[in-house]
Design a protein around this ligand. Sequence first.
Ligand code: MD6
Ligand code: FE
Length: 215
Amino acid sequence: MSGLFDALERVAGPVILAPGAALLRGFALDDAVALLAAIDAVAAVAPMRHMVTPGGFTMSVATTSCGDLGWTSDARGYRYAAHDPQSDLPWPAMPVLFRALARESAAQAGFPGFEPDACLINRYVPGARLTLHQDRNERDFGAPIVSVSLGLPATFLFGGIKRTDPTLKLRLLNGDVVVWGGAARLRFHGVLPLTHGTHPMTGACRINLTFRKAR
Ligand code: MD6
Ligand code: FE
């Protein structure tokens, strides 16, 4: 039954979450196997690692990047950098499939012409979470963010422009895409601790890709 419901949501098109924010149920499903293979190739060059926040906390989520710029965090702050600080090598190139999926997703949600220069790859194991935050390290808030969920489901928190605004809880499944731009670009959001489970494609984890135009 849930399979049928998912399929119906897919043909129904974008679900508008707020002005500027849309959920594209299953939009990346046909690409999931190829995306995961490409993620493995990126992680072979730029391994997933647990970054330290400026406040000194080690993140429960493991992170790597591909594209011209990668997202990094350390005691000095959050920023985008052209090199992986761990190896001093440039981040791996963004796979063509990633670029195409990001562009098509953004267009579906009303943001044509999206050309991401950074893709942050996050891996969640059971218990890993992302506290409520805004994505504001990018130079230009005119471009949206495209977020692709793979593997185990997660509960996504979608808040308002103030940290204390009420949050909507959204279950994100393998192949779901969320696009975030315009009036929604600076909304607070986060991910609740991942619950235990195994997914046929990823095993005991969830992987999230977020595509950004960082400069
Ligand atoms: C995640 N995503 O879903 C984390 N940011 O694992 C994000 O932090 C995020 O999904 C901006 C826009 C969409 C997102
Ligand atoms: Fe975010």
